[in-house]
Design a protein around this ligand. Structure first.
Ligand code: DC
Length: 229
């Protein structure tokens, strides 16, 4: 649907995209697409079917036939993600699945298989789409394009704080290394590499709180779309 407005929010892992995008969608009463979850789901499905990440053909078939439901709950809980009837909301958020997702996301056939599924989220009154290529490939005609970023150190620091609560043995330098490697893979892949669209507004969240980042993004949206309240 061409006349449904889209706010595309792209950027590297850990820049706060997920939280900021969901808060913006909530404020506007618009739909939300977590495109990274789709790549994570392909990685999760591969794991549960014992498909190795070098089996490109099988991964493409998995992506094309992914049996997934996103269940919105009544309260403030995050969306539940159901894969082949099983709740995998927590399972797809591990570092292991994140790294595998980054690998499957480098496969052109997997990306192509997920394209229409992502575009189907564009329904009235509007869509906030979170990912790496929302403004460049999936919704190149998006009304608003934001590139949300932060320094690798700051992103590793945020992840460290999150993980430390569950696992006191987590090592900061390992996280920084993983984040840098994932950035490199996402930026250097030949298909849909992570980069700001030519018409994207860059928002650096290194020095911002989540609330400040949301305000900054809302201000850009209002500039482009008019008063949204
Ligand atoms: O946003 P995330 O961390 O959940 O994404 C997981 C991986 O999926 C990430 O390493 C890059 C990839 N990804 C992508 O290539 N394109 C998207 N639109 C979203 C995510």
């Amino acid at each position: 649907m061409v006349n449904v407005p889209v706010i595309a929010i792209d950027g590297p892992s850990g820049a706060g995209k997920g939280t900021v995008s969901q808060l913006v969608a909530k404020r506007l009463g618009w739909h939300f697409l977590d495109s990274g979850a789709l790549y994570r789901l392909v990685a999760q499905a591969a794991k549960s079917h014992a498909i190795t990440l070098d089996n490109v053909e099988a991964l493409e078939t998995l992506a094309a036939h992914l049996d997934v439901q996103f269940c919105v709950t009544d309260d403030d809980l995050p969306v539940r993600v159901i894969l082949e009837g099983e709740d995998v909301s927590a399972a797809i958020r591990t570092e292991e699945i994140g790294n595998d997702a980054s690998r499957v996301a480098a496969l052109p056939g997997v990306r192509a298989a997920l394209l229409e599924r992502q575009r189907a989220f564009r329904v009235p009154p509007g869509l906030v789409a979170d990912g790496r290529d929302m403004g460049t490939v999936v919704f190149p005609d998006a009304e608003v394009k934001i590139f949300l970023t932060a320094s690798a150190e700051e992103r590793a620091q945020r992840r460290y704080k999150q993980l430390k609560e569950k696992n006191p043995n987590v090592i900061f330098n390992d996280l920084l290394k993983e984040i840098s490697e994932r950035d490199k893979r996402d930026t250097e892949r030949s298909v849909a590499p992570l980069r700001p669209a030519a018409d994207a507004v860059i928002v650096d969240t290194t020095e911002l709180t989540i609330e400040q980042a949301v305000e900054r993004v809302m201000a850009v949206c209002e500039q482009r779309l008019g008063n949204l309240h």
